[in-house]
Design a protein around this ligand. Sequence first.
Ligand SMILES: [Zn+2]
Length: 247
Amino acid sequence: MSDTRVFVGDLTRKEFRERLHAGTIQAAIVPTAATEQHEEHLEMIHDTLHVTHMAEQAAKRLHPSVVVATPIGIGVSEHWMEHIGTLTVRPEIFCEYVYDVCHSLARAGIQNILILNGHGGNVKPLMRRIDEYRDKLNINLRFQSYWDVYDPDLVFEVMENDRLPGHADEFETSTMRVLAPERVHEDDIENPLAAAGTKEKGEKLIEPAIEGVADVLRKMIADEKVDLPPVTFRAGGRLHMITGEPV
Ligand SMILES: [Zn+2]
């Protein structure tokens, strides 16, 4: 069977060392996400499950050049703490933890690191630190959410409500129907936006995300410019750029 292992934790130290020293491993992904309420109907692992899938599949597409660090499955979710079961960490702890993971990979000799995010609450805290972290590590370090890679025309064509990622509604319900349908609790869907989520929409949107993430990595490895500002897609076909500035 061919070897398609991409997670750092699935390699022995010998395998990792030999691949790195041979120049085989050229980039790493650090997935960041959340364990938080996703309305009544989606299991709380949603964002971690999704970003792990996107990272793994993108890395497999570039195998053996790209490895994936162990996903960071608890993020900044203070805004959902009224819904018990949500787990959160303080923004400064989250950012420093992500930094330390990237630092570990940089110390190993990896020059290209993509922090691939799957949870909206992590975006602003990390945007505020990413330039500083890049300078400190002195490597090619990027931060993107997996939905930043979408062509807006595709999003607004496929989505009825134009909200992406939204929260536990059309997009996240659609993609969960593809990746882990048993984690969508049908009888507990309350929100009409979530009820608009279908497997067909999920199928149309998962593949372009994987390919878009793989393309970011290809460009990082080739030392090409990547022009992808952090975005969210909003109702009415509006694209919203996110900055690290406090609101
Ligand atoms: Zn989510």
